[in-house]
Every structure is written in structure tokens, then in C-alpha cells.
Design a protein around this ligand. Structure first.
Ligand code: ATP
Length: 449
């Protein structure tokens, strides 16, 4: 496996708190992310994805699905339930182990996750030393009741990860489809964790989306596939526009590994506060299938007819956060430049990730321009996510589309009535080209794919 990790930590210019504030501000102003329940004063660390954010998030999930399921013959999909009974979490170890160490500061009464503190003796809020309580293990799972009776038999949990859905459906999938190891089961969906210290905008929230895949293989091949998936997943981010100097693959030290894992690497992005995780790729051995086999009494193994052998597959798990990754793509895309004495803010999204692919802008609101411009937009919408805007000056409309990250703007002007052509403006170079109307869709398709 090639090691794409840079030698040293931190090119400095991105670790700028002002930059982070600017990006958060832009996401609100342009309709990417809103604080949840805002008209009631907001609800702690929950967010709603607005018209732009929902497109961005969907594009991230679609790009992952295309790469992990559609373009492969060896991975199938799943959409498992969010509510699940205690037995699942008993077997997976989450009921006893899915905890974070919590400390309270006796001086300022704030709560912290001990393992995330820079100095475990000093409160980062009030600065006092030696004021922390003894750490308590706090379970991160959200517990609820299924049905009207509130007794122990009604206890259910919101899943804290999507992965267990794949393990508990392993037998269903091998019994009902044609898969045979090595093969994977992939799922995208919401997960819930009662995080002690949510924060950094949508980086750590209590409700979030994950994109996870469990790859089941012969025990002898596990190391090979672990290396394969580390490389494959790192590449996916680069191929979708992450700059190499802000992305690294970091193998865990031995003391970070869970007891069943023989190897874990994190894909990390250089956020304004430093390197932090987007995805973990773990060689989990046969831990999960064995646990569920033992607790459920079902045989969760593979029978190789040709060799007349039974074995429990080993699992390689690439587990990514969709919401966290969408935010990282947005941060990576953010750029400012001086254009004719003014600052131009532009989101340089990869075309696959960009919320809108094109915007149609009639030069004036007059019906002789807005009529055909609307027709063009309707035509383009059949193939691309297309915005339409006829308010304000053309310069301001270009700037707005730059801030949304729209790769192309198509301007319909008075000459268009004569020459049946339009001006296509490129977001990154700002260059403009005159293109015949009937060739616009093909021109865009060529550049967007
Ligand atoms: P962390 O150490 O940041 O708490 P983790 O190692 O527990 O994360 P995993 O259980 O490996 O995370 O989950 C896989 C991915 O799910 C993470 O890499 C991250 O992208 C995403 N994720 C996990 N917890 C959250 C959260 N609270 N908010 C948003 N995304 C999350």
C-alpha cells in the first residue's frame, strides 16, 4: 500500500478561526445549513440542511454509493431499521462499551470528554487546574420505548452506527442473493449518539449520517483487503476534489486499536482546528459475526461447497460520516480571490459534488428574454440540477452562483434572440464562451462528467 500521509502536521494557513466563521456564515446565508428549530431559539447541536445543503449532502452520498455499490460487482446495498432491540447492542458490545469518559469541572460546572482534552488536568473553559471530578463512563446510545407500555421489554435503542445492520443481515443476504466472499454490504443512513461535547458546527452532532460498508472475506485475505480499502477510500476523496495537502491516511497506534482490530487507519482532513477524522477503515477480524452467532444462536459463517469447508469471514469496514464529509468538501472548496479590487468568494466544488451544475440567467427580466431562458432551464433540468435567477445585476448573480459553487452560468441576452446562442461562463476561470443554444446541454455534459 502506498502511504499518502504527509510527513509533518499542518500547513498553517487553513487553521484560521476566522476562515471557519466565514464558512459557517456562508452556509447559513446561502441556504446550506440552518440551526434546527431556530424560530424557537434552536436546539443544541442539531442542524437542518437547506435547499443547497440537501443537494450537497445527496451528491456526497450518491458519489459514495456509485463508487462503493454501483461500479462494483461485489457489493450489495441495505437499508436497515434505525430502531433496534437491546439484544443487538448486547452482542455488539455497545451496551457495555460504547462509552466516553466524562468529567465535570467543579469550578465552572462545564462538562468535557476526558479523552479529547488537551491537558487532562486543566479546564479549557475556566482555566482552573485540578478541578475535575473523577471520570465517569457515559453511554452514548439514545434509549427509547417502543410501544405504549414503559417497561423493560419495551426498551429500544436508536442505532449509534449503521454497521450492525449489515452483520445481523449477513445470513439473509447470503441466503437470498448470489454473493460469495469476498463481498460487501453497504448502507447509508442516520445514526444517533448522545455526544458529551458535540460541536465544531456539523462536525460532531447527536444526529448524523453515515456511509458504511462491511466487506466479508477469507481470513487469509483480510490484510490484503484492508490495504486495498485504505487506498481505495483515500483515493475517493482525492478524486472528488480534496486537495492532497489537506488529506491524510493515518494508521492507528497500537494503543488506539480496539481489542479485536488488527489494523485501523483514519482518513483525516485538515480542519481549521487541525487534523480530524472523516472515516475509519478497520480490519475487524471475525469479532462481529462471532458475537452475533453466539448471542443469536444462528450460524453466521460461509460454507465453501467446492472445498467442503466452513469458515467465519473476516471483515474490513470502511466507515465514513456523510454529514461530516459534506462539510469537509465545503471547506476544501472555499476560496477567496481579488477580482478588480473586490474579493470574490467561490466554492470550487468538483462538478460531481456541486449542488447546482448550471444556472440560467437571462440578462433582463423582460419577457422576450425570460421566456426563452425559462425554456432553456426546463430543457437543462432534464439532465442537470439547474438554478434560474433573473433578479439583480448580472455581476451580482455571477457572484451569488460563485458562492453556491455552480460550475457554469448560462446567460441569455438580447443577441441570443438574433444568433440563437448563449454565453457560458466558467466558475473557476470566469472565462466566457458563446455556444449555440442547441449545443449547450452537450457542452455542459462533456465538462461536468
Ligand atoms: P470520533 O472519534 O470522532 O467520535 P468515531 O471514531 O467514534 O468518531 P466511528 O464510530 O468510526 O467514529 O464512525 C465512523 C464515522 O462516522 C466517523 O469517521 C465520522 O465521520 C462519523 N461520525 C461519528 N460520530 C459522529 C458525530 N457525532 N457527528 C458526525 N459524524 C460522526
Amino acid at each position: 500500500m502506498s502511504d499518502p500521509s504527509p510527513e509533518s502536521d499542518a500547513p498553517v494557513e487553513r487553521s484560521d478561526p476566522e476562515l471557519f466563521d466565514k464558512i459557517v456564515n456562508l452556509t447559513k446565508r446561502r441556504g446550506f445549513v440552518y440551526p434546527s428549530a431556530e424560530i424557537y431559539g434552536g436546539f443544541r447541536s442539531t442542524y437542518d440542511y437547506g435547499p443547497l445543503g440537501v443537494l450537497l449532502l445527496r451528491n456526497v452520498k450518491d458519489a459514495w454509493w456509485r463508487s462503493m455499490v454501483q461500479e462494483r460487482g461485489d457489493v450489495v446495498g441495505l437499508d436497515a431499521s434505525i430502531l433496534s432491540p437491546p439484544a443487538v447492542w448486547e452482542a455488539s458490545g455497545h451496551l457495555s462499551n460504547f462509552t466516553d469518559p466524562l468529567v465535570d469541572c467543579t469550578n465552572c460546572k462545564n462538562r468535557f470528554r476526558l479523552d479529547k482534552l488537551e491537558d487532562p488536568e486543566q479546564c479549557p473553559s475556566c482555566g482552573q487546574r485540578g478541578t475535575f471530578t473523577e471520570p465517569r463512563q457515559f453511554n452514548l446510545m439514545f434509549e427509547t420505548q417502543a410501544g405504549p407500555v414503559k417497561d423493560a421489554s419495551a426498551t429500544a435503542y436508536l442505532r449509534p452506527e449503521t454497521a450492525q445492520g449489515m452483520f445481523i443481515n449477513f445470513k439473509n443476504v447470503i441466503d437470498t442473493t448470489r454473493v460469495r466472499p469476498p463481498f460487501g454490504i453497504a448502507q447509508i443512513g442516520k445514526s444517533f449518539r448522545n455526544e458529551i461535547t458535540p460541536g465544531q458546527f456539523v462536525f460532531r452532532t447527536r444526529e448524523f449520517e453515515q456511509m458504511e460498508m462491511e466487506y466479508f472475506c477469507h481470513p487469509d485475505d483480510a490484510q490484503k483487503y484492508y490495504e486495498y480499502w485504505c487506498e481505495h477510500r483515500y483515493r475517493w476523496y482525492i478524486d472528488h476534489g480534496m486537495p492532497e495537502d489537506r488529506l491524510r491516511l493515518r494508521p492507528h497506534d497500537d494503543d488506539e486499536l480496539s481489542h479485536y482490530s488488527s489494523g485501523t487507519s483514519d482518513v483525516e482532513y485538515l480542519f481549521p482546528w487541525g487534523w480530524d477524522e472523516l472515516e475509519g477503515i478497520a480490519n475487524r477480524g471475525d469479532f462481529d459475526l462471532r458475537q452475533h452467532a453466539e448471542h443469536s444462536g444462528e450460524k453466521l459463517e460461509w460454507y465453501d461447497q467446492a472445498a467442503n469447508e466452513r469458515w467465519t469471514p473476516h471483515v474490513i469496514e470502511p466507515a465514513a460520516g456523510a454529514t461530516r464529509t459534506a462539510m469537509a468538501f465545503l471547506m476544501a472548496a472555499y476560496d477567496e480571490e481579488e477580482v478588480r479590487g473586490e474579493t470574490r468568494v467561490v466554492l470550487r466544488f468538483h462538478p460531481t459534488i456541486a449542488p447546482y451544475k448550471v444556472a440560467v440567467l437571462p440578462l433582463s427580466k423582460k419577457p422576450e428574454l425570460s421566456g426563452p431562458a425559462n425554456e432553456l432551464a426546463s430543457e437543462l433540468r432534464k439532465r442537470f440540477m439547474c438554478d434560474y435567477d433573473e433578479t439583480q445585476s448580472i455581476g451580482r448573480r455571477y457572484r451569488r452562483q460563485d458562492e453556491l459553487g455552480t460550475p457554469f452560468c448560462v446567460t441569455y441576452d438580447f443577441d441570443s434572440l438574433e444568433d440563437s446562442a448563449v454565453t457560458v461562463r466558467d466558475r473557476d476561470s470566469m472565462e466566457q464562451q458563446r455556444i449555440p443554444l442547441e449545443g449547450v446541454a452537450a457542452y455542459l455534459a462533456e465538462r461536468l462528467h
